[in-house]
Structure formats: C-alpha cells, structure tokens
Design a protein. Structure first.
Length: 585
C-alpha cells in the first residue's frame, strides 16, 4: 500500500533527492511525482533520500510528491516468464508497446506476469504431506520444453492442508499449507527482491563443462556449468556474436539474455533470430527456453543498473527448479557506466577513471550469485547458474578498471582480438592471451567422455600454436625459407589449427556448431597429419611434397562434415595414411 512520505527538493538527471522520508528503508521502491515514475532509494541521510529513477525525469521539479511502496525492487516469478521480453525492471515490453506505442511512455505500470491467463496446474504433493521451502507442490507445462515447478515459497514450511488440480491464474490459490502460525495460501506466483541472492542448501564445486559447440572454447578454454566467464574486446571484435552463439548452442536448459546498455539493433537480432532457430536437443524454437531482458542504450541509464540483478534473480529461480541456467550479460561495462553516473550525481568520492570505489565489490556480488548448488527442499536436487559477461573496454584497453575488476573475479577469460577480427578470423578469441582455470578440474570429465587422448591432443595443439607465435618473428625478419623443415611443418600445422579448427563460421548451417565428438575427430586429423609429416621428414621426404599433398584440402573441409556422417573422418584418416605411405615409398 502506497503512502505519501515526502517531497522532491533536488533533481539531477536520473537522481532525485526527497525530504520527509525518515520512515523509508534502503532499496524501497518509490513513486515519484504525479506521473508515478518508478524509482528506488539508494541512499538515506537523516530524513532525506536519494532516489535513482528508472524513467526519464524531464519536467519533474522540486515540491512534487514522492510515495513509498514500502517494498524493495522485486521480480515476479512464475509461469509466463519463458519467451517473455522485459525491460530492466521487469515490465513486459509487449504490454508497454500496446499502452504507449513504439516509445516507452512515463509512469506506465505493467504486471510482469499475465494475470488473466489460466495455467494447468498438476499437483505432485499430497494432502497431509510435510513440506519445506523449495519442495515441489506441482508443475505447469509452460511449453513443450519447460516443466515449470511450482515450489513452496522461501521461508515457508508445514503440512499441506489442501491442494487443487485444474486451471488457475498465477494469483489464484492452488494449495494451503498449515504452519505453526496458521494456514498460508500458496499461489503459482512468487515475488523476490532482486538485490538479495536466493538461498540454497550447499554450494558445490563445478566439475561438468558447459558444452558450447564453439571449438576454441570447448577445446582450449572450457567453462564449467556454474562457472563465471568474461568476454572482453574492442568495438567490432564480435563480442555480441559470441554471446549469441553461446545463448543459441550452449547445453544450458534455460537462457537468460540481458541486453544492458548495448545498441538496440543487437537485441533486435536476438528477437528476430531466436524464434526462427531450432534447438538441436529439443527441435523446438530457441525462444522456448529463453527469457530476454532489454535495456538498450536509448533506455534510461539507471535501469541498466537494475537489469543485471533482474536477470540473475530470474536465473536463480529456474536454478532452484534443478535446471542448468546460463545468464548472458551484454555488457557489464555499460552497467558499470550507469554505476559511475549515479555515483557522480551522489557526489561520492570517485575511484579510478571516475568509477565508484565499490565497483569491484558490486561486480563480485553479481558473479558470486553464479555456481552449482544443492537447492532448497528435501530432495537434494542440484541446479546451476553460469554467468557470462561481455566487457567493452574503451579502445580495447584491458587495463581499464571494469576489465581489471572483472578479471580478478572470473575463472575464464575469452580475450577478443581486434587484429584477429580485422583478418576476419571469428570467433576472434586470442588463444595466446585467453585462459580457463577450469581446464584441470574438467580434465577427468573429458577423459571419461572422450577417452584418454583428448587432454594430450589439446595440450599438443596449444603447444604448436604457441610455437608458431615464436617462429613468426623469425619469418617476419628473414622469411619462411630461413626455417628448417620441422619448423616449416609446425607453421603449416598451426595454420591448419587456426584456419580449419579455430576459425568457425557462426552463420554457416553446419559449421555454426560442432559437437565434442566432432571436435575430437577434427583435432585428431590435423595432429595425425602433423605426426605423419614428422615421420616423413625423418625418412628424408621434402617438406614441399608434404604440404602440397591433396589430402591437406580435405582436412581443411572437414569442418563441414555433418554430425550424421562421422565415417567421413575415417576416410580422410585412411587417405592420410595412404598418401604418406606412397611418399615414403
């Protein structure tokens, strides 16, 4: 219930200061002026509250009223989240468009979940059953892909008094739970404050990779389910396409994609592509497992700051159902810029490059909410949230504060290179600068799934790429002819690794995704050719004869072999053996 508690004394862009707010609390949501603009209290001094307003404040002046809702900024969680597109504070953009057209009007209130739509609730718990927070009461089949668990709300435990089967709206009672304080009615909708992480029983070490189908990532710089990664890179290096590829092909059950301060056309690409693209696992459209949060560069700057928390809270909610969720934040640099703007208007002491001194701790708070956890409830179900944040450092300068603060937190660094992008090598992940701290932990999983040879092939491939880098300087100075035959073979193999293996076309029907088995076969082919080449050199075969073999082109085209035609790899391997047998004579 709203209560008028103050009036505006100062307006500074998205920051408003109001007096007479002594009864308010930090992070309470308020309504500003007669236009009912949505804001959130971010500082309290005496009876004065500093409020960040999530809408345009033009025309608002001192003396206008401020009303407090008495509640923190929260998201609505329940059936209807999947396939939705929201703004930074979880207002559905489709509803806003109907109310105000193509431009978002001020003071528009829109419920995040549809209050009229009826969902078929299928109870799985029984009357008389003892339940605790997180236990499943029943489920709604939200679409063909997502089984949406209806859970006992956090902080509630007791005995089920009644539970109904049938069609209900998200506000109608589906169960009654008898607690020590009395009976509590449970609906299919929960509300949860975005700035507070959802509780769990236990955090577990991440030990399973999130397979993305992108060879440079899965082979050399893997990320674990429940891990944290960043994708920094200058303008034009392909950050957004990498994020889109991960959202499309990563083996997560749910994708939460947060477009935070990036260009609107990038979110438009997502909206146009995802309904058309089919998930290889389910055969359904990718939107059937996606939630989109769009707070683009032309939307209010303060709402960028909230959009990241809105996204991670929705991700945690699906994690609590036992799903593996991936959240893509594009980009945390724009989120940090919103922090910097609000900090400047609050007249706080600036840190490096004007960013607030608490930048690192806020970034850590966000990434810490990722992880593999044993969720609440008596069944011991495990769920995960994997967080992948794009970073857009000005001019590609990784020494700037946001990049440095992020690198101190994340375990995977996919550094994008402007030089690679300029040479049209995509994904432009620089294999000499990038790293993954999960590689060793995931080694045993790869060995179990793909066999003993995987880790050895991976190590050998990376060694050849590093060796090529050191030889390149000699080549630039005195030319390729100055190298010995073994070094020239290393250069040719590394070139094949770069152009045939690491280069991947996101827009090619076959090459856009490579399963781990296909990646193994491709890598094996390239390195098998290298081993055969070394053997031929030992038998005094000329290097030019080796690198001009016709089978070299077949190795390069192996990336276009479809998943249902893996026998083609055996044919190429036999062809390599035959070619070298003839060479050695």
């Amino acid at each position: 219930m709203k209560e008028a508690v103050g009036k505006i004394v100062k307006v500074s862009g998205p920051l408003i200061v109001a007096e007479g707010m002594a009864s308010s609390k930090m992070f309470d949501v308020v309504r500003v002026s007669k236009e009912n603009l949505i804001g959130e209290i971010i500082e309290l001094r005496g009876d004065r509250a500093s409020i960040q307003v999530y809408e345009e404040t033009g025309g608002i002046g001192p003396g206008e009223p401020v009303e407090s809702t008495g509640e923190p900024l929260s998201v609505e969680l329940g059936p209807g989240l999947i396939e939705s597109i929201y703004d930074g504070i979880q207002r559905p953009l489709e509803i806003i468009k109907q109310a105000s057209g193509d431009r978002i009007g001020r003071g528009i209130v829109a419920k995040a979940l549809n209050r009229e739509k009826k969902w078929k609730f299928n109870p799985t718990a029984k009357v008389g059953q003892k339940v605790v927070s997180g236990d499943e009461l029943g489920f709604v089949q939200e679409n063909k892909v997502i089984r949406h668990k209806i859970m006992v709300p956090i902080g509630l435990k007791g005995e089920i008094e009644s539970i109904e089967k049938g069609e209900f709206t998200v506000e109608e009672t589906v169960a009654t739970i008898k607690t020590d304080e009395g009976s509590v009615k449970v609906t299919m909708m929960q509300k949860y404050p975005v700035r507070k992480s959802r509780p769990y029983l236990e955090k577990l070490p991440p030990n399973t990779p999130m397979v993305t189908g992108q060879r440079v990532i899965d082979t050399f710089f893997p990320i674990a389910k429940g891990g944290v990664a960043c994708v920094p890179g200058p303008f034009g290096s392909g950050k957004t396409v990498v994020q889109h590829q991960l959202a499309k092909w990563a083996d997560a059950d749910i994708i939460v994609y947060v477009g935070c301060g990036e260009r609107g056309n990038e979110m438009t690409d997502v909206l146009n592509e995802f309904p058309r693209l089919h998930d290889p696992k389910t055969g359904e459209a990718l939107m059937k497992r996606t939630v989109l949060i769009a707070n683009t560069s032309d939307m209010p700057v303060a709402a960028r700051e909230a959009s990241i928390y809105t996204g991670i809270t929705i991700a945690e909610y699906f994690r609590d159902m036992g799903y593996n969720v991936a959240i893509m934040a594009d980009s945390t640099s724009r989120w940090a810029e919103a922090l910097r703007e609000m900090s400047g208007r609050l007249e706080e002491m600036p840190g490096e490059e004007g960013y607030p001194a608490y930048l690192s701790s806020r970034l850590a708070e966000f990434y810490e909410r990722a992880g593999v956890v044993k969720v609440l409830g008596s069944t011991g179900i495990v769920g995960s949230v994997t967080a992948i944040g794009a970073v857009s450092p000005p001019g590609g300068d990784l020494s700037e504060p946001v990049s440095q603060a992020t690198l101190r937190i994340v375990k995977v660094f996919w550094g994008l290179s402007a030089a690679l992008a300029y040479r049209r090598h995509f994904p432009a992940v620089d294999w000499l600068k990038s790293y993954s701290l999960y590689t060793e932990k995931l080694g045993s999983w790869y060995t179990e799934e793909l066999g003993q040879e995987w880790n050895g092939l991976r190590t050998m491939g990376m060694r050849l790429l590093q060796e090529e880098s050191s030889l390149e300087e000699i080549v630039r100075l005195v030319g390729m002819d100055a190298l010995g035959d073994r070094e020239r073979l290393v250069m040719e193999t590394a070139k094949s690794l770069r152009e045939d293996y690491l280069h991947q076309n996101a827009f090619h029907e076959v090459d856009t995704y490579a399963s781990l088995k296909k990646q193994l076969r491709m890598l094996k082919l390239i390195l098998f050719f290298h081993d055969q080449g070394l053997n031929a050199l030992n038998h005094n075969v000329e290097i030019n004869e080796i690198i001009s073999l016709p089978v070299v082109e077949r190795i390069g085209r192996s990336k276009y072999i479809t998943e249902d035609n893996m026998k083609a790899f055996d044919e190429i391997e036999h062809e390599i053996k035959r070619a070298f047998t003839e060479l050695i004579g």
